[in-house]
Design a protein around this ligand. Structure first.
Ligand SMILES: C[S@@+](CC[C@H](N)C(=O)[O-])C[C@H]1O[C@@H](n2cnc3c(N)ncnc32)[C@H](O)[C@@H]1O
Length: 266
C-alpha cells in the first residue's frame, strides 16, 4: 500500500478553486469545470518546470510521504502558519546543543533547523540533514551556501541511515514522524537509536493528541491516515520506549496540536 498522500494536494487545490468560483456566483458544476481548466495546466507546469528534481544525488525509495511538491514554498508556508523562528527556537531550546556536538536532522526538509543547529554547535561541531526529497535537499544545499552555513545535506531516509553506529550527540526530528506508516516509524527509530551515542538526545516535535475540542475539530480527518493516526492517539512516546529510549521526557506543547519530547539513549 502506498502512503504517499501528496496526490491529494491537486484535488484540494481544485476543490478550493471551485469553492472560490462558487463565491463569485458560478454553479457548482461550472465552478468545478473552471477549476479543473485553471488548476490542471498550472499543476502540470509546476510539476514539469518547478518541482522536477534537479538533484546531483540519486533518488531513494521510501514509503514515507515525500514533500518535494511543497519544497519551493515550504519555508514561506511554515512562517505563515506560525512555525517560524519562535518554533525553531523552542525546538533548539529542548535540544540544548553544546559547542562541538554532532547533530543529525532526520527529514530536514529545506534545512532551516539543521542550519540553526549547526550554528549552535559552532565551528568544532557538525550538523547533517537528510531527507528523501531531492528538491528539499537541493534547496537546503542552496540555502546553506547562501547563508554561509557549514551544515551538510544528503538525500537519504530515516529507515536506512548510512552513518556508523554511535556517531551523533543529538538527532532532531521536526514534523517528520507523522510522514511514516507505523512499521517505518519503528524501523526509523531503531536506526536513530543506533546512530546516537550512549547518552545522546533524540529531540522530537510532532503532532500529538489535540489539547482542546477546537483542535479535535481540525484534526479528526488525520485519524483516518495510517501515518498520522497514532500521533493523534498519543502513542508516539510508546514508540520511543519500544526503540530503547529511556527516559522519554515530554518537553511542552505548541499551538495545542504539537508536542515536544527529549528521549535519551541509555
Ligand atoms: C513536514 S516536513 C518537515 C521538514 C522539517 N523537518 C521542518 O521541521 O520543517 C517532513 C519531511 O519529512 C520527509 N520524509 C518523508 N519520508 C521520510 C523518510 N522516510 N525519511 C526521512 N524523511 C522523510 C519529507 O520529505 C519532508 O521533507
Amino acid at each position: 500500500m502506498m502512503y504517499r498522500w501528496s496526490w491529494l494536494c491537486p484535488w484540494l487545490a481544485v476543490a478550493l478553486a471551485a469553492a472560490v468560483f462558487m463565491l463569485f456566483g458560478l454553479t457548482w458544476w461550472s465552478a468545478l469545470l473552471a477549476a479543473f481548466l485553471l488548476v490542471c495546466p498550472a499543476l502540470l507546469l509546476w510539476g514539469l518546470f518547478i518541482t522536477r528534481p534537479k538533484s546531483d544525488e540519486p533518488a531513494v525509495h521510501t514509503r514515507g510521504m515525500i514533500m518535494d511538491w511543497a519544497a519551493p514554498f515550504y519555508d514561506m508556508y511554515c512562517r505563515a502558519v506560525g512555525l517560524g523562528q519562535g518554533f525553531r527556537d523552542q525546538t533548539l531550546h529542548v535540544a540544548a546543543i553544546r559547542a562541538g556536538e554532532t547533530i543529525l536532522d532526520v527529514g530536514c526538509g529545506t534545512g532551516v533547523l539543521t542550519r540553526r543547529a549547526g550554528e549552535a554547535a559552532g565551528p568544532a561541531g557538525l550538523a547533517i540533514g537528510i531527507d528523501p526529497g531531492q528538491d528539499m535537499i537541493r534547496i537546503a544545499k542552496e540555502n546553506a551556501q547562501r547563508f554561509g552555513s557549514r551544515a551538510a545535506f544528503k538525500v537519504a531516509t530515516i529507515e536506512n541511515l548510512s552513518f556508523e553506529s554511535a556517531r551523533f550527540d543529538v538527532v532532531l526530528s521536526s514534523l517528520m514522524l507523522h510522514h511514516l506508516p507505523p512499521d517505518l516509524k519503528r524501523q526509523g527509530l531503531r536506526e536513530v537509536y543506533r546512530v546516537l551515542k550512549p547518552g545522546g538526545r533524540f529531540v522530537v516535535v510532532d503532532f500529538y493528541r489535540p489539547a482542546n475540542p477546537l483542535w479535535w475539530l481540525v484534526a479528526w480527518p488525520f485519524l483516518f491516515m495510517p501515518t498520522t493516526a497514532e500521533n493523534f492517539h498519543g502513542t508516539l512516546p510508546d514508540y520511543f520506549r519500544e526503540a530503547g529510549f529511556n527516559p522519554v521526557q515530554g518537553k511542552g506543547r505548541r499551538a495545542g496540536i504539537l508536542a515536544l519530547w527529549c528521549a535519551i539513549k541509555p
